[in-house]
Design a protein around this ligand. Structure first.
Ligand code: ATP
Length: 953
């Protein structure tokens, strides 16, 4: 059974095709007997109808199954024919010559009879012709006439009669398309057997229809129309007719088998077609579907109309096709609509896409131009900043960078006091004030927000570091209230990583790297000092016992050691030592707060290999103590004293800044150790950078504003263009000669002094003359020390003595040294040259003892370098660079900018007698292994850096 919606396969057509394919060979059929059979059959049919129609009249003369002769004889008189015609169509033959009841009554029976015959037959034939029925010749009724033509005429009349009986409407046509006008259906002959017979009679020996004139012109043409294609029955009959009876079952079986196979084949192909069709349909294949449908239609129609069954199935097929057509058409319509919608959508999408692309392009152009403008703006800003800095450099201004610390864990993260921090501007909100007053803006060379990294901070500092190697003096100091991040910037956090290293570490690392890179052209020697100013006392942090207070009246301040270094790791070691020696106190504000100023000083001397010219640079890295006010730190006692000292030194720094800013002729450097320390950086053509630190806490707003005001003042200070410390080889030689002569002179004086020393005692007044010899400049101490301490002779001490003597009057080239000279007048000449030389002497001391030759630039030496790198203590004892009972006892030489002749003279005077300082056991220098001062800071693993004290790492 065909699936629903599929066209059915007409079984008859299958059978017919099979038969035609397999059994259509020429057959030897006895067509003659078939024809006679057929003729008899038709004759009997005609006779039967005549008998039936005429009743007794016909039955009397016409036998039921007459032979040809009997048939013709019965009709020869024409009487039956006329009566039957009149019966079918009354009045068709107006005059019928009746046969007399008694022929003897006729005058001439034979003649009458012929006349009757003639009259009746003629009238009949005319009437039949009028009706359009097939006729025959009158002679056909004679003996030997063509009976078949007469039979045809009768059967045609019969057909006509039947037509009339069926209503007779419409046109009855002879030989074809006998249609019942109402039904519109093909006429179907009921007597199929007769039909078959009639067809069979016309099959030729080759199985095809013969063009039989008689047949085609007779009523049987109707059936010929019905069999225009091969009829199944005929074929079956044809196939079976020549078979023996015993063969028929096997033939039929084989025939059926073939039919079944063919049927199955068609089913399969139809299924295939359906699948293809549905695929085609699912795709964009409506055309293919239509084509396929057409083929199916053709195929089905080709097989249609062969028989009645086929006609019915054809009708069904047509209906189904019509339905399918409707579905297909609807679907095609839908597809067309969808295509249309798709097309529209596509077009719409394309339009949108085009617009989108256009908009994107336009937007891109806008963005590019905006980005250009922005980058241009930033470029301009950057250029402005550079230009500003250049101008500042040219003017010699102190550079000020401001850094805002982020909120720390545990701090109340309310609103930050800093409302803006970028592009060199910072705005502070003061919650205690309203309106305009509540906002205060400041401008600096650079402002770093809370998120600025250590690397970013350093990148803007780096150029200064290079300057040191180029022979400039540099000072970088960190300012700000306690806990604002000074140590973080200078050194780093407590646990330092590579990323969190502060300026100190990075600066020294850079120094070593750069010096290594330049070693082919310039040979560098680097040495460091580390000191601390605590309670207005200067302490050397690189000696173990230098910070111990051995006197009730004051601190023993050790001489500042100058330690040559050749790598950052060496510096780390020193810084750890310095850190352990630092004074660290706790306050209410920050229990880790360092209560002292610390300074790491890096001295660099470079000699140009080619020219012999010497470059000297010096860098102070200063971590100041917290700038908060005493009251706020809520301290008493010892802490109060510390705070007072810190505040005093910072206000002295403020005074110096103010004097410099106002270009006063007098600058009060001497008011504090701090200002003395920074004297050359603040007023001596050095490159100076101040990091001002800001805490974001609202509580700190007032302090922050005063810190920033101070920084603003600092930034307005013009130091003058920085000066390069470079001298050529010739000058150097001359200086060495002078140094030599001075050494000889000193030796002479020394021996005189030794003689006088026996009579002298150390008194408070003498102590008062002990000069603060900052850092490297311990000449006074040395003088004192050399004169006062008996030196044990060692092998090779002649050379040492000579060098030490020379060190007493070193040839300082200018006053650009960062160091504060303890002597007035000619002593002011001394500068960093001295310490470098001293360092080298110490080096030479060790080298010399190994039998190595001296370096030519180590022309002078001093006893300052009291411990060797391998930890061996020298015998020279402690080198106190100053002792005081109180700050007012300090006598400090003026710096180059300081003009205080009275003090200078006093200093000069105090120096001359070269009071001998009583040597105390405490003052003796020992290798640095002394116990550390208590510190809240956790001291380090190997890389841990000391806090504050400008420690490196
Ligand atoms: N930029 C920063 N990022 C992260 N933490 C910071 C920053 N600045 C400071 N800190 C942290 O804030 C705390 C205080 O900083 P720091 O000790 O450097 O302040 P200080 O100004 O040196 O204080 P003092 O005056 O007491 O020496 C430290 O724990 C430090 O690690």
């Amino acid at each position: 059974m065909a699936p629903e919606g599929l066209l059915s396969i007409p079984a008859a057509s299958v059978v017919e095709d099979v038969l035609q394919q397999h059994w259509t060979r020429p057959r030897d059929i006895d067509m003659a007997s078939r024809r006679s059979e057929e003729a008899a059959s038709r004759r009997h049919e005609a006779a039967a109808w005549l008998r039936q129609t005429l009743g007794a009249l016909g039955e009397k003369d016409l036998p039921e199954k007459p032979t040809e002769e009997e048939f013709l004889l019965a009709l020869r008189s024409g009487l039956i024919l006329c009566n039957v015609l009149n019966n079918v169509h009354p009045g068709a033959v107006p005059k019928v010559v009746e046969i007399p009841v008694d022929p003897a009554l006729l005058p001439d029976g034979a003649a009458l009879s012929a006349y009757q015959y003639f009259e009746n037959v003629r009238n009949f034939l005319v009437a039949v012709q009028d009706k359009g029925l097939p006729t025959f010749e009158a002679s056909d009724l004679e003996k030997g006439g063509k009976c078949s033509r007469v039979v045809n005429c009768v059967l045609a009349l019969k057909s006509y009669c039947e037509w009339k009986q069926m209503g007779g409407t419409g046109l009855w046509k002879y030989g074809g398309n006998l249609k019942s006008a109402g039904s519109g259906k093909y006429y179907i002959r009921k007597n199929s057997e007769l039909f078959i017979n009639s067809v069979s009679r016309n099959i030729c020996s080759n199985g095809k229809f013969q063009d039989d004139q008689k047949f085609s012109s007779s009523f049987n043409d109707e059936s010929s129309e019905m069999t225009t294609s091969h009829s199944l029955n005929m074929l079956v009959r044809a196939v079976l007719s020549d078979r023996k009876p015993e063969e028929i079952p096997s033939v039929v079986e084989s025939m059926l088998k073939k039919v079944v196979e063919e049927f199955e084949r068609r089913m399969v192909s139809q299924n295939e077609m359906v699948k293809t069709t549905s695929k085609d349909f699912n795709g964009d294949g409506s055309k293919v579907i239509s084509k396929r449908r057409m083929e199916m239609e053709e195929e089905n129609c080709a097989h249609g109309g062969k028989d009645d069954t086929r006609a019915i199935s054809e009708e069904k097929c047509k209906q189904r096709l019509a339905k399918q057509n409707a579905v297909f058409e609807r679907q095609q319509k839908d597809i067309q609509e969808l295509k249309h919608i798709l097309g529209n959508t596509r077009a719409g999408m394309q339009t949108i896409q085009t617009n989108y692309v256009q908009e994107i392009t336009t937007l891109g152009r806008h963005l590019r131009s905006l980005a250009d403008a922005a980058s241009g703006y930033h470029r301009v800003l950057e250029e402005n900043r550079k230009l500003y800095n250049e101008v500042q450099d040219l003017k010699g201004n102190i550079r000020v960078y401001c850094r805002v610390r982020p909120f720390l864990p545990g701090e109340q993260r309310s609103v930050s006091t800093v409302s803006r921090a970028d592009d060199g501007n910072i705005t502070i909100i003061n919650p205690s004030k309203n309106g305009k007053e509540g906002h205060k803006s400041f401008t600096f060379n650079k402002v770093f927000g809370p998120s600025a990294t250590q690397e970013e901070i350093y990148s803007d500092t780096q150029p200064l570091i290079r300057s040191v190697l180029d022979g400039f003096n540099v000072c970088i100091f960190a300012y700000g209230q306690t806990g604002s991040g000074k140590t973080y910037t200078m050194t780093g956090p407590r646990d330092i990583t590579e990323q969190s290293q502060g300026v100190n570490y990075r600066a020294l690392s850079d120094l070593f790297q750069l010096s290594e890179r330049r070693k082919d052209t310039i040979t560098y020697h680097i040495a460091v000092q580390m000191i601390e100013i605590y309670n207005e006392q200067v302490r050397d942090l690189l000696v173990s016992d230098g910070i111990r207070n051995s006197s009730q009246k004051g601190l023993n301040v050790p001489n500042a050691s100058l330690v040559p270094v050749s790598s950052t790791s060496e510096v780390i070691e020193l810084m750890n030592i310095g850190q352990r020696n630092r004074a660290v106190g706790a306050t209410a504000l920050n229990d880790r707060s360092s209560r002292s100023h610390s300074c790491l000083t890096v001295h660099v001397q470079g000699r140009e290999v080619a020219s012999g010219a010497v470059l000297r640079g010096c860098m102070h890295l200063v971590d100041l103590a917290g700038s908060e006010r005493v009251l706020k730190s809520e301290v008493t006692g010892e802490r109060m004293k510390e705070a007072q000292h810190i505040n005093r030194s910072l206000s002295a720094l403020g005074d110096v800044i103010a004097a410099l800013a106002q270009k006063n002729s007098h600058v009060p450097y001497r008011n504090s150790k701090l200002t003395q320390l920074l004297q050359d950086s603040l007023g001596g053509q050095a490159k100076t950078l101040m990091f001002v630190h800001v805490s974001p806490e609202q509580d700190a707003a007032g302090e922050t504003i005063s810190t920033l005001k101070f920084a603003e003042r600092v930034s307005s200070v013009e130091l003058g263009a920085a000066r390069l410390n470079k001298e050529n080889g010739e000058v150097k030689e001359l200086k060495e000669q002078i140094a030599h002569l001075k050494a000889a002179l000193a030796r002479k004086e020394s021996s005189e002094a030794e003689e006088a020393a026996g009579s002298l005692k150390s008194t408070p007044s003498v102590r008062r003359t002990m000069l603060f010899t900052p850092l490297s400049k311990s000449t006074a101490w040395r003088e004192h020390n050399n004169n006062s301490l008996p030196r044990r002779k060692r092998p090779g001490s002649d050379l040492q003595e000579q060098l030490l003597a020379a060190a007493d009057s070193p040839p300082w080239p200018d006053n650009s040294s960062p160091c504060v000279d303890s002597r007035a007048g000619e002593e002011n000449e001394t500068d960093s040259q001295e310490w470098v030389d001293k360092v080298m002497v110490n080096k030479l001391d060790r080298v010399g003892s190994n039998g190595s030759s001296l370096s030519d630039w180590a022309a002078v030496a001093g006893p300052d370098y009291l411990f060797s790198r391998n930890g061996t203590a020298l015998e020279d004892g402690p080198s106190e660079i100053g002792t005081t009972d109180s700050e007012d006892q300090i006598v400090v030489s003026s710096g180059s900018s300081e003009s205080n002749p009275a003090v200078s003279a006093s200093a000069s005077k105090t120096k001359k007698p070269q009071q001998k300082l009583a040597k105390t056991p405490d003052a003796k220098r020992t290798p640095i292994q002394a116990p550390c001062p208590p510190s809240s800071r956790k001291l380090p693993s190997r890389l841990r850096l000391p806090r504050g004290a400008a420690g490196v790492m």
